[in-house]
Design a protein around this ligand. Structure first.
Ligand SMILES: *[C@@H]1O[C@H](CO)[C@@H](O)[C@H](O)[C@H]1NC(C)=O
Ligand SMILES: *[C@@H]1O[C@H](CO)[C@@H](O)[C@H](O)[C@H]1NC(C)=O
Ligand SMILES: *[C@@H]1O[C@H](CO)[C@@H](O)[C@H](O)[C@H]1NC(C)=O
Length: 359
């Protein structure tokens, strides 16, 4: 996280009218047929990217993060991919590697990269309006924002032409950090971490090899796709208590009153579930990258600015457009912000991801 600090310090506090409504561009959206074999199903999405350009950009990004120990661990995983990464992930990763003419081990790294280097920013909010509608919005902040904008894509995972779930992803990645199961729940992931990138990567790969824990991005896609997590409550239970590879925050929204929560996770289980609570006036929960019961560091204004803006808007006026405004405030939207996603499980057609360019 220290890497972020200079950016937040360097930006003066600008009070001015936010530019949220000035023609934001939507990320491209494609559907993927999950009835196809795992190795083939991503082709309909990948075909919109240039193979050699993708490969070049991917190598430029990831080269700086890989050392010898990491490579050795990756080779172990790639050598028994189906053992370490359950279906459908191994098959899909193989298919993507083949499409981009890359080694499977390399593609595994590209897939685990976000899980193992989660040290970006991110702001997520779930709110309940006065009529009981649940609205969910998130900013994704990360390194290499220009490259990630190039890879950002919304995918509708379909079976027999029907969308089972929708996710905002990065080309080449089979796991999910932002997604919606229509008429059930919406979910976003924020990073919770104190270590350095390389320490994390090695710790997490070791956990995968020795404990067979689940990667965050697969945990989310599992929740979106499984039949036994097709409701807000069952998805919350799984996201909170199923063991996984790294600590993090899950922000989850449902379809009816009080269905909204921030789950604060350690690797094995949740340490806290912070739910909407209308009786105590908590009509929204806003999470950045700190436990909600602790104060954020002085240089990071995202939480205080976000909370202030939400309270200024108020429960009567809150909706996705108003939340986009909050996520567009200076500092909340920052140079590392790649995209903003707006979603609501009870209004699935409102799912939208916008590219962001905030200074
Ligand atoms: C992909 O990009 C490369 C390098 O920019 C270019 O030479 C090639 O023609 C492109 N391929 C396609 C299919 O557009
Ligand atoms: C992605 O980057 C490549 C290489 O710089 C560029 O040619 C392409 O137009 C970019 N695509 C998008 C969607 O920005
Ligand atoms: C979910 O249920 C449907 C209908 O009962 C079934 O066809 C499908 O295979 C199940 N999916 C999973 C992942 O179990």
């Amino acid at each position: 996280m220290w890497r972020l600090s200079f950016i937040f310090l360097a930006i003066p506090l600008v009070l001015g009218s936010p530019t949220w409504n000035e023609g934001l561009t939507k990320a491209p959206r494609y559907s993927m047929n999950i009835d196809l074999p795992e190795e083939e199903r991503w082709e309909s999405v990948l075909q919109h990217w240039n193979v050699s350009e993708y490969r070049e950009m991917a190598r430029a990004v990831f080269d700086s993060f890989v050392n010898k120990e990491t490579m050795q661990l990756l080779e172990i995983i790639a050598g028994s991919l189906d053992y370490y990464l359950p279906s459908p992930y191994a098959g899909e990763i193989r298919g993507i590697a083949k499409f981009f003419q890359m080694d499977v081990g390399e593609m595994v790294l590209y897939n685990l990269f976000y899980d193992i280097t989660l040290s970006g920013g991110c702001t997520s909010i779930v709110a309940q309006d006065s009529k009981g509608n649940i609205w969910h919005a998130r900013n994704w902040d990360y390194y290499f924002p220009a490259t990630l904008r190039n890879w950002t894509v919304v995918v509708d995972f379909q079976s027999h032409g029907k969308t089972l779930y929708t996710a905002t992803s990065f080309i080449g990645q089979v796991g999910v950090f932002t997604g919606q199961r229509p008429n059930a729940f919406t979910v976003s992931l924020n990073e919770r971490d104190e270590g350095t990138i390389l320490d994390d990567m090695i710790q997490i790969l070791k956990a995968l090899i020795s404990d067979k824990t689940v990667f965050t991005s697969f945990q989310i896609r599992d929740a979106l796709s499984r039949n036994d997590t097709a409701t807000f409550d069952s998805a919350l239970q799984r996201l909170a208590y199923h063991p996984e590879t790294a600590p993090n925050y899950y922000i989850i929204g449902g379809v009816k009153s009080t269905e909204g929560a921030v789950i604060t996770r350690a690797r094995l289980t949740a340490v806290d579930v912070w739910r909407l609570d209308l009786s105590s006036g908590r009509w929204f929960v806003l999470e950045t990258n700190y436990d909600h019961w602790k104060s954020p560091p002085k240089w990071d204004y995202r939480r205080s600015h976000g909370n202030k803006a939400m309270n200024a808007i108020g429960q009567d006026a809150i909706d996705l457009e108003a939340m986009l405004k909050v996520l567009s405030l200076p500092l909340v939207c920052n140079p590392m912000t790649v995209y903003t996603t707006l979603m609501s499980a009870a209004h699935p057609s409102s799912y939208a991801t916008f590219f962001r360019h905030c200074d």
